[in-house]
Design a protein around this ligand. Sequence first.
Ligand code: NAD
Length: 260
Amino acid sequence: MTSDSFAPAPLPAVSLPGRTALVTGGGSGIGRACALALAGAGATVHVVDRDGETAKAVAGETGGQPHVVDLADPAAVDTLPTAVDILINNAGLQHVAPLTEFPPERFELIQRVMVTAPFLLLRRTLPHMYAGRWGRVVNVSSVHGLRASPYKSAYVAAKHALEGLSKVAALEGAPYGVTSNCVNPGYVRTPLVEGQIRDQAAAHGIAPDQVLADVLLARSPVKRLLEADEVAAAVLWLCAPHAASVTGVSLPLDGGWTAG
Ligand code: NAD
């Protein structure tokens, strides 16, 4: 055997023509990056967001359809398309407070947007995927789907619930060629995270780089923020034909946080 035998074949580019994707929270950040990546691979994209301006902007960029919907409202979720081959459950929100002071209505809202809406969307779209014997569900979870942090009770509870939902969808979808997986980012560079870094640097009188390394990324051996495009690349990979046997997993993109 020559060494050439070990030369890997070039990886095929992910190609999804004829597939229809629905991305929640598609107007911003990770969702926008996913919508662009899926459209770049040839999929038709439904961009769902409660923010009409951004939903329309991303739909314009992707040649897709905007849907201005508040995912906290089950009746509004019921208006979304059912003929979907690729479901990206991405929309999310955060609230930081100790358990003893956590507003119950905020806790409940976070469960509705981050657990109930993904469940309702699975319920709506799986019959189409089952009928076509092909489907991809990617749930944008978090390192907080696998680990807890103080003061984030609603978010950590919701992401852990999403992990369970994803695994059930993997088991039920397997006979129909439908996979369901989670991606689990650590901190991703978004305007919100950059604002947190600036505020903490000012509050503690330390350099932004030090806030990043010692505060936000204290538990991450890799001391850099992830880019939204890096998360989208993993999501796209999970949607590809070659990932047909990858199901029920959670893929940490966390700079080694969960290895510790
Ligand atoms: P983002 O705030 O940039 O985008 C979230 C999008 O969801 C926004 O466009 C917002 O309008 C939409 N949204 C929120 N509530 C909604 C509702 N009720 N109905 C419809 N749309 C709604 O945030 P992001 O950082 O891109 O986060 C996307 C996902 O990635 C979230 O689930 C988040 O938990 C997860 N995540 C983010 C990070 C990070 O560091 N940014 C890390 C790990 C996981």
